[in-house]
Write a protein that binds this ligand. Sequence first.
Ligand SMILES: *Cc1c(COP(=O)(O)O)cnc(C)c1O
Length: 357
Amino acid sequence: MAAGYSTLEYDAALGERGSRQSHVASLLKELTGAEDALVVNNNAAAVTLVLRSICEGREVIVSRGELVEVGGAFRIPEVMEQSGCLLREVGATNRTRPSDYRRHISPGRTGALLKAHTSNYRIVGFTGEVSLPELVGLGKETGLPVIYDLGSGSLLRLEPYGILGEPCVSDCVAQGVDILTFSGDKLLGGPQAGIILGKEKLIAEMKRHPLARAVRIDKLTLAALEATLRLYRDPERALGEIPTLRMLTETREALREKALRLILLCKDLGGQLSAVDTESQVGGGSAPGRTLPSAGVAVSPRALTAGRLEERLRGLDIPIVGRISHDAFIMDLRTAEEKDFPLIAESLREILGGEKE
Ligand SMILES: *Cc1c(COP(=O)(O)O)cnc(C)c1O
């Protein structure tokens, strides 16, 4: 795609101008059951385009428990302001009920009901949120579109693999949500992109909006996204070939064996390496309180401190990044590629062997 020609905006079957979105949209419809789809630059752009095109100048109702900040200055209240909508927050930080939304719905003034998935923080204790089906029911009753900003958005059900609390996209579509937005590069495991799914009529308004051009997706990204989505046609294949999914679903048993293979490659470093059980943080801590049982290698250097070893590995031309725990340098092997093991072994040998002399 990068080097040659493509039929990006040409419909070869009809011999006329086509849409760059058509291939990816039909895949998304097939995989999720959505009526229509539109992809843009990232999910922040997706949320902005959705709000601007269907709610500008009107109030959007959001629960106080879901006023998310995701980093990089993306905050629901501020995105709302930038999109020309008025935020109407309802409920309390820890509890929101359907009646809280209902009380603030006003014909003509309200533009939509928005739900945001809160993956990077957790409210525990005396809590309650309005579920998506409840919100969809309220939307139907009042004629208002229901928008769900899913953030990560997984095309597969990940609970069986111990990834809890991340809703599956096709379940949300089946529950009747009007608009769904999520990232291409979080749980989906594809390139940076924002995916909008939903009702044909609403997506058509977004496609026509002037902002759509400003947040348009690039052709290389589109090709990468299409390739990723194609893998999802066969879920087994997606789990095995999309790195994010492969790494997230790898079992502790498999990782223990991986650790032993790395140790075997370093057997000349005699006893400085050992296999350890670890807990992997999902998304570098973006899913708080949720870890995966994992395994890795602990290095306890004889001739230098673990801190010095960590620094030296990080300073290599190809940096090797781990963490320190109990005076040992720990490499959780969940995200290490086996093809890089010879390089890791060589780097360790250079530093540990070198310091011994
Ligand atoms: C990550 C996230 C976004 C922003 O997505 P990007 O693709 O990084 O722009 C928006 N909303 C929620 C709820 C998110 O988790």
